[in-house]
Design a protein around this ligand. Structure first.
Ligand code: SAH
Length: 483
């Protein structure tokens, strides 16, 4: 070896920074594992090992209830063999892996030394000094398996990371991975290495994150392989209308996050918060198309035309709207247009502003003592003033809760109209400004106060106005009282 001939300053840069632990994936099917201890922690390790097909020899004088049940019920894969006696060195000799929930450091040290002596990889639960390997937190989409390790530094952090990754990987990924295994041989046979194969698998991956596998999907893939057509993208474009919720990215649904993670292009409205956009795939192109409070930015026809063009180009388009796309979001027009042009389309609901207001106040919109109905009403007609094609009298029902969207500019007129029609001026009112955003403000008053302008709804922040007896009491304190 001629290591010395290289000058120190010529050292090639490392391709990877130092690794705390090496993630390797072990197949224990049919192998012997040994688990010592009858505790719940030992039971979980035994269950994991058996899930991977190991024959798990359990050494414990007594088992906790969970472990008893596990052994009695048997494993979905692998199996359990119970030995109601302590372990000895002989038990370790034939094992492929050894785990122990030791009572103290002395037992831990003894187990560790014995395993080391016969060369069996060993883990003493929660005693890192006596572990040659750690168990990662598992995300199971078998055959896809993701393991998370913090090298023992912070298991709770590992679990939190696991939960986040869980949300990003659709359960149906498992089915796609099996299909990949089935197709692999014919891809090798029919498609040349390099670009053709890579294109095929990229298309495949696009599909795998978009929807559950179906027979037509698989047939299409097989046809692609037969025809050798993979050089260009064969996917049809899709449009997903996604509800972004009121602003707090944690209120996105798991489906919404997945759609954002799979998007090529995101067309979003002004009210969509930057925190939500941060959850999108980094490579996705973001286009603001929003219109706010009458401010003209993009005409609906232009948005429609853009959406259609992108879908026809084979893009996965996410049309991202604040709250729920099906509530005052002009989703009806967009859906009709897309359907008329045969574009594949689906809708992911979101938390509408009214639900977020109710949650922020701790107020049930349908408290059974006060309201048997909820009205969602627009406070502005398309020409700007109060809508005149509404049955305003119906909104004076004292046993209903009424929530006005887009009512900031017309708030005083709304209150005046309702009082004129007979709703009591003392009827409670709550206003939520920028609900679910860092600058959220909640105010309350009554209808008379709303009519006199004391809630100051015209400031430009999005505001939702709730009217009705349910707003009399709020569970949560910290609200400004305007009256
Ligand atoms: N699709 C949305 C509503 C869009 S209409 C939804 O389901 O919530 C726009 C109006 O919604 C705004 O004028 C305002 O009245 C209300 N709104 C939306 N987000 C809001 C928020 N974070 N805080 C207060 N009001 C909001």
């Amino acid at each position: 070896m001629n290591i010395a001939s290289r000058q120190p300053n010529e050292a090639s840069p490392a391709r990877i920074a130092p690794l705390a632990v090496l993630p390797v994936f072990f197949d224990l099917s049919g192998k012997r594992a040994i688990v010592v201890g009858g505790t719940a922690a030992a039971a979980w390790k035994a269950e994991l090992l058996a899930a991977n097909g190991a024959v798990v020899h359990v050494h414990a004088k007594t088992l906790c209830d969970t472990f008893e049940e596990l052994v009695r019920g048997g494993a979905s894969a692998g199996s359990f063999v119970l030995h109601r006696r302590f372990w000895d060195e002989g038990d370790l000799r034939e094992a492929a892996i050894a785990v122990c929930d030791a009572q103290d450091d002395t037992e831990a040290a003894r187990f560790f030394a014995a395993a080391e002596l016969v060369g069996v990889p060993v883990n003493v639960i929660d005693r890192p000094r006596f572990c040659q390997f750690q168990f990662g937190a598992v995300i199971n989409r078998s055959p896809v398996v993701v393991g998370v390790s913090t090298a023992g530094a912070a298991p709770v952090l590992g679990q939190a990371i696991r939960r986040r990754i869980e949300t990003l990987l659709p359960p149906f990924l498992a089915g796609w991975a099996e299909i990949a295994a089935d197709l692999r041989a014919s891809v090798m046979l029919k498609l040349a290495p390099g670009a053709p194969r890579r294109h095929f698998w990229e298309t495949f991956v696009d599909r795998a994150f978009a929807a559950a596998p179906s027979d037509p999907n698989v047939q299409e893939l097989k046809d692609d392989i037969q025809r050798g057509v993979t050089a260009e993208r064969t996917l049809a474009g899709t449009v997903t209308l996604v509800g972004a919720g009121p602003g707090d990215a944690d209120l996105l649904t798991l489906k919404a996050v997945r759609a954002l993670q799979a998007a090529d292009v995101i067309l979003f409205d002004d009210l969509v918060s930057e925190h939500v956009l941060e959850r999108a795939r980094r490579e996705a192109k973001r286009i603001r198309v929003g219109k706010r409070g009458g401010r003209r930015s993009c005409r609906q026809e232009d948005i429609n035309a853009l959406m259609l063009k992108l879908a026809r180009d084979g893009k996965r388009v996410v049309r991202l709207k604040s709250g729920d796309p099906m509530i005052f979001g002009r989703a009806g027009e967009e859906i009709a247009m897309l359907q008329a042009h045969g574009v594949m389309l689906d809708v992911v609901p979101g938390v509408t502003a009214a639900s977020a207001l109710a949650a922020a106040l701790g107020t049930s919109l349908t408290h059974r003592d006060h309201a048997g109905a909820v009205h969602f009403v627009t406070g502005r007609s398309c020409r700007g003033g109060l809508p005149d094609d509404l049955d305003w009298r119906a909104l004076t029902d004292p046993a209903a809760t009424t929530v006005f969207y887009m009512g900031g500019q017309t708030a005083r007129e709304i209150a005046g109209r309702l009082i004129d029609l007979g709703l009591m001026p003392e009827t409670p009112v709550a206003a939520g400004f920028s609900i679910g955003c860092p600058q959220q403000r909640l105010k309350r008053s009554d209808l008379a106060g709303l009519a006199s302008g004391e809630l100051n709804c015209t400031g430009g922040q999005p505001v939702l106005i709730g009217i009705g007896r349910v707003f009399e009491k709020q569970a949560f304190v910290g609200m400004e009282r305007a009256a």
